[in-house]
Design a protein around this ligand. Structure first.
Ligand SMILES: [Zn+2]
Length: 340
């Protein structure tokens, strides 16, 4: 199946550049063999991942235009966007030349207070990158803080903190580099509904760290990305991710990720031809978990035991009729757990 699919997609890419819609966004931090494993993609794996994208005939598109298209159109073939969080220096020294050799566009999310610190790019390097064809810089906050409202934090304190972090970074990018991109990557992938409202007010897209493809049902302030560090980006699972389809569930039907009970319950409606029995769901650190149907036919997912981490996910897939998978990821956030 993969070989036939690859041929089909290659043919589609050859004969039509407009036949694409779902957007698969890959999230990187370091591309290096010597940085912390949890946030690093080895150079050889990075090159192999790009090779697979090419082999599958998938087009790599700029994140902003790709997101806009994916939110508006539903089609068969996927496009891919590449993103790098934190503006680490290995993106400049290692990833950028590899990407340039393929003419692949990409986006770097910059947490502005860290620029120029050891291990991070300098403002001069960012300016130079921003001047290259296909490179976009965007906002990753000033201080890389945990931005959802903390327990005990007053509304006023929280509003002030979020405004300073969101608008401070946007202002710094604008003043130093004349950049004003309407995109934001949540530090640690953490968000809540009130933070999403801040992004909506500004007309920004919000990107997180739960997996799945972006499609017409996605919420603009809750956009998924597939983490590509070594632990997640291995080639044996990459093809299914690159070819994954946006899960056809309305974003409004999915809960705010801040948990009010542990383990949390995820419930959502399935439209034909998707069925509850066709779902495969997994919980972080627990493997496969049961899916049940409610009395009114909705899917109901709950892990068998409580989680003891700050962030975790339920991931569900459902086969599509073309050998690909619809992919849904629900991120959860337990604010009672310590920040990292
Ligand atoms: Zn980050």
């Amino acid at each position: 199946m993969p070989r036939i699919l690859a041929f089909t997609l290659s043919a589609m890419a050859l004969f039509s550049t407009s036949v694409r819609a779902d957007l698969v966004v890959l999230q990187y931090h370091h591309v290096s063999d010597s940085t912390p494993p949890a946030t690093s993609t080895s150079v050889s794996l990075f090159e192999a991942q790009l090779e697979m994208i090419d082999d599958l005939g998938l087009e790599v598109v700029p994140l902003l235009s790709g997101t806009r298209t994916a939110l508006q159109e539903s089609n068969e073939a996927n496009a891919i966007a590449l993103t790098f969080d934190d503006a680490y220096d290995s993106v400049y020294t290692t990833a950028a030349p590899i990407l340039a050799s393929r003419s692949y566009p990409y986006t770097v999310f910059v947490n502005t207070n860290a620029v120029g610190r050891p291990g991070y790019m300098t403002w001069d390097q960012l300016e130079e990158l921003a001047g290259r064809e296909g490179v976009t810089l965007a906002n990753h906050s000033t201080d890389h803080g945990h931005l959802p409202r903390k327990p005990g934090e007053s509304s006023r304190q929280w509003q002030k903190r979020v405004q300073e972090s969101l608008d401070g970074a946007q202002q710094e990018l604008r003043q130093r580099l004349d950049i004003n991109t309407p995109m934001f990557a949540y530090p640690y992938g953490e968000f809540d509904a009130a933070l999403e409202a801040h992004l909506s007010d500004r007309g920004w897209y919000g990107y997180s760290q739960h997996s799945g493809a972006i499609g017409i049902h996605s919420a603009p302030t809750r956009l998924p990305r597939f983490p590509m560090a070594d632990a997640y980006g291995q080639l044996d699972s990459l093809e299914n991710k690159l070819l994954s389809r946006a899960f056809p569930v309305e974003a409004e039907d999915l809960p705010d990720g801040v948990i009010t009970r542990n383990p949390p319950i995820l419930e959502f409606a399935l439209d034909d031809p998707l069925t509850v029995s066709g779902l495969n769901c997994f919980a972080s650190g627990m493997g496969r978990i049961a899916v049940n149907a409610t009395d009114d036919g909705r899917a109901r997912v709950q892990a068998p035991e409580a989680f003891d981490s700050r962030r975790f996910r339920y991931n569900c897939t459902h086969p599509a009729d073309d050998g690909r998978f619809y992919w849904l990821s629900q991120p959860w956030l337990d604010l009672s757990q310590p920040e990292d």
